[in-house]
Design a protein around this ligand. Structure first.
Ligand SMILES: [Zn+2]
Length: 365
């Protein structure tokens, strides 16, 4: 079983908040911190965790796509985008039974091709609810949604015992509550109780608990296209975490930005402008970003900007918004994530990234 707790920075998942998980990890495996792929957003990282590959092979570089040649843009929510084989597909080829359970419907939409059993809290199929005697799901932006998906995973394992179970939550709670908050602790408690039940069903089961990315408070949100326009630069900016879940980040704000120049002759001026901007921590050409973060160079614009720890790029009304209410991700500061392993395939030094889970499992299957 691989459980991806959406947006779980290490501070949420501790010996205090998840005593059962840490005890199991200590007795039968390990607990450590690893890194996610960049940009630190959901789609990109599910692709890596599911395949054991970097974005340059999965070709998933965000939740949203933009084609500068045609101007076509839209959300990435269905099959066809993921170019690497998933561990679900691999297990199925090998004759294994697979299950994917998710709160966010798009995870099943984009990555569900190899899932024999596919359950989404957003668009649940009646046949699975009936088979596992699961009640109708609660609102997806709730702690209850986490409890629901965990319980569904437990019942699915109890009844059908798939060879591979991939389960994931929603990051709504962590977008709104810091580590230590009652709601954040309740979400982890739900995971802790349920994984303990699952581990008890089969004491030999391999269980990995990780996250797709971390989460941090942001106090400044910057409208880059607007600032660029004032400097006479015509650009299209794509925040890779842009998605339909606006309740999570109402300004689509995130710590990394793909910048497409509408006029390529403005490259030098744009670079100069971005380097001078107090809101930008790193300016990378697409080639530099692709080399540093294993990204496909053709999908990330002409420049990639990285924000500092407290800043995000977003679609705000004016040029800059100061706020107390944003918690989001996307930058290098949300790269660190937890990894708890129970009966892992390899010893802990073999895991530097979340994608190593699948990479090691696939090797033997
Ligand atoms: Zn996420």
């Amino acid at each position: 079983m691989i459980l991806v707790i959406d947006g779980c920075k290490p501070e949420y998942l501790t010996e205090e908040t998840a005593p059962n998980l840490f005890r199991l990890a200590e007795e039968k495996g390990f607990a450590k911190r690893v890194q996610c792929a960049m940009p630190s957003v959901t789609n990109v990282n599910h692709a890596c965790i599911l395949s054991g590959k970097w974005p340059e092979e999965t070709m998933i570089t965000g939740n949203y796509e933009y084609d500068p040649a045609t101007g076509r843009e839209g959300f990435i929510e269905e099959r066809g985008y993921m170019k690497a084989e998933t561990i679900l597909e691999r297990y199925r080829k090998w004759g294994g039974k697979t299950a994917l359970l998710t709160v966010k419907g798009k995870v099943l939409g984009v990555y569900g091709a190899g899932a024999d059993i596919g359950i989404s809290a957003q668009t649940p199929e009646a046949k699975w609810l009936e088979r596992y005697e699961i009640p109708s799901p609660p609102a997806i932006d709730s702690v209850e949604a986490t409890r629901w998906v965990m319980e569904a995973a437990y019942r699915c394992i109890l009844k059908d015992d798939p060879d591979l179970v991939y389960a994931t939550t929603n990051d709504y709670v962590f977008h709104h509550f810091a580590p230590g908050a009652k709601e954040a602790r309740a979400q982890i408690a739900a995971v802790d109780e349920c994984i303990q039940k699952i581990a008890a069903l089969n004491p030999e089961r391999q269980i990995y608990i990780t996250a797709d990315h971390g989460m941090n408070r942001k106090s400044v949100i910057v409208n880059m296209p607007r600032l660029a326009a004032r400097a006479g630069l015509d650009v299209y900016c794509l925040p890779p975490l842009k998605d339909r879940y606006v309740e999570n980040h109402i300004y689509q704000e995130g710590g990394m930005l793909y910048v497409f120049l509408k006029d390529k002759s403005q490259a030098a001026s744009f670079e100069e402008f971005a380097r001078r901007s107090p809101y930008v921590e790193q300016v990378l050409t697409a080639q530099e970003a692709a080399a540093a973060y294993h990204l496909p160079v053709g999908q990330i614009g002409d420049y990639v900007l990285l924000a500092g720890k407290e800043t995000a790029f977003g679609e705000v009304e004016g040029e800059v918004l100061h706020t107390e209410s944003s918690r989001t991700h996307g930058s290098l500061y949300e790269r660190e994530i937890p990894l708890l392993a129970i009966h892992p395939e390899k010893t802990q030094e073999h895991y530097q990234y979340h994608k190593d889970i699948a990479a090691h499992l696939i090797q033997f299957r």
